[in-house]
Design a protein. Structure first.
Length: 335
């Protein structure tokens, strides 16, 4: 009797312990959800992993304004450029995963693992992806002196004249350089890469006929093409651009599988609560989709593009793999 009673008491204690544990887990989940709904209660710091004035800085400041209006809390922009975005990104890597320290990054976040031998963090596991939020189309432009008027003619000319064409960029490992290397890989043509200290210098030499090709940002490419300074051959995005709708995509022009774009996204430190990550992502999408922000950014040639955290995670892994392959095949090293 005594043993049977003890066994029943033990089972009752186990059931009580299990019920208590489940209640505690439920309460923790409720607390996390409640905290996510109440976020933010104070100012949020947005680290921009680039110097002021560039595309990442412009789009990040627009995002900060939109989120500040959405949250009714200050969103403070803190530029921490240098080392291809590593300095600013590392700062957020070491921050608390509470949503109050975020970082905006660009294409370099996906290319750094292949270009920098010893990163102070793992770009995949060291962060919580929040959202892709904008893309900046790139255009393949050619010198007026080059006797081609289409991508197919360019490929034929390059194959007939191996290593005689020069493609400029703003430096090794930049989006312009990588766009050129991807073009070379997919078409199997031999073109020389010429790195410059800045895109303006490369564009000037293209207009002057000292180089033949450049993968340029669409804002400059559209202005130069319409002024008759260069020939625009194709956009590098998967769909045509509303800014230059007459241009085919690379895929339409015959380069199957080609897509290269300067993109911008937001990350938080690793291990952010899922509810919090989802809230920040949804708030960013809703805030930047308002007409006043959307129209202003469209005038600066940004294509707004949003997605859930898990979608941005898949995108980051895809970009890292794609550009890693291109970098290895071309033997690219960072400046």
């Amino acid at each position: 009797m005594r043993n049977a009673f003890a066994a029943q008491l033990n089972k009752a204690q186990q059931r009580y312990a299990l019920a208590l544990a489940l209640a505690l887990l439920a309460s923790v989940g409720w607390v996390q959800t409640s905290r996510a709904q109440e976020f933010p209660r104070r100012a949020v710091t947005m680290i921009v992993a680039a110097a002021p004035g560039g595309g990442l800085d412009l789009i990040s400041r627009a995002a900060a304004r939109a989120l500040s209006e959405e949250w009714k809390q200050p969103v403070v922009v803190d530029n921490r450029g240098g080392a291809s975005g590593v300095i600013g990104t590392e700062f957020v890597y070491r921050a608390a995963p509470d949503g109050y320290t975020l970082v905006t990054v660009s294409l370099s976040h996906a290319t750094n693992p292949s270009l920098i031998r010893k990163l102070p963090y793992d770009t995949a596991s060291g962060f919580t992806p929040l959202s892709l939020f904008a893309r900046l189309p790139i255009v393949l432009v050619a010198s007026k002196q080059l006797p081609v008027n289409s991508v197919s003619e360019l490929i034929a000319y390059a194959r007939a004249n191996p290593d005689k064409l020069n493609c400029g960029s703003s430096g090794n490992g930049t989006s312009q350089h990588l766009s050129c290397e991807l073009f070379k890989n997919l078409t199997r043509v031999k073109i020389q890469h010429v790195p410059y200290k800045g895109l303006a210098a490369a564009s000037a030499d293209l207009i002057g006929g000292r180089i033949e090709l450049l993968f340029d940002q669409i804002s400059a490419a559209s202005q130069n093409a319409r002024a008759g300074h260069v020939k625009a051959l194709a956009v590098t995005t998967s769909t045509r651009s509303s800014l230059m709708p007459e241009l085919p995509t690379m895929h339409e022009a015959g380069v199957t599988g080609y897509e290269a774009v300067t993109w911008f996204g937001m990350l938080g430190p690793a291990n952010m609560p899922k509810d919090l990550a989802n809230k920040i992502s949804a708030d960013l999408s809703r805030a930047m989709a308002r007409a006043e922000h959307r129209d202003r950014l469209a005038s600066q040639h940004f294509d707004l593009s949003f997605g859930r955290p898990e979608e941005f995670d898949v995108f980051l892994k895809s970009e890292t793999a794609k550009w890693g392959k291109a970098i290895r095949e071309a033997g690219i090293q960072a400046d």
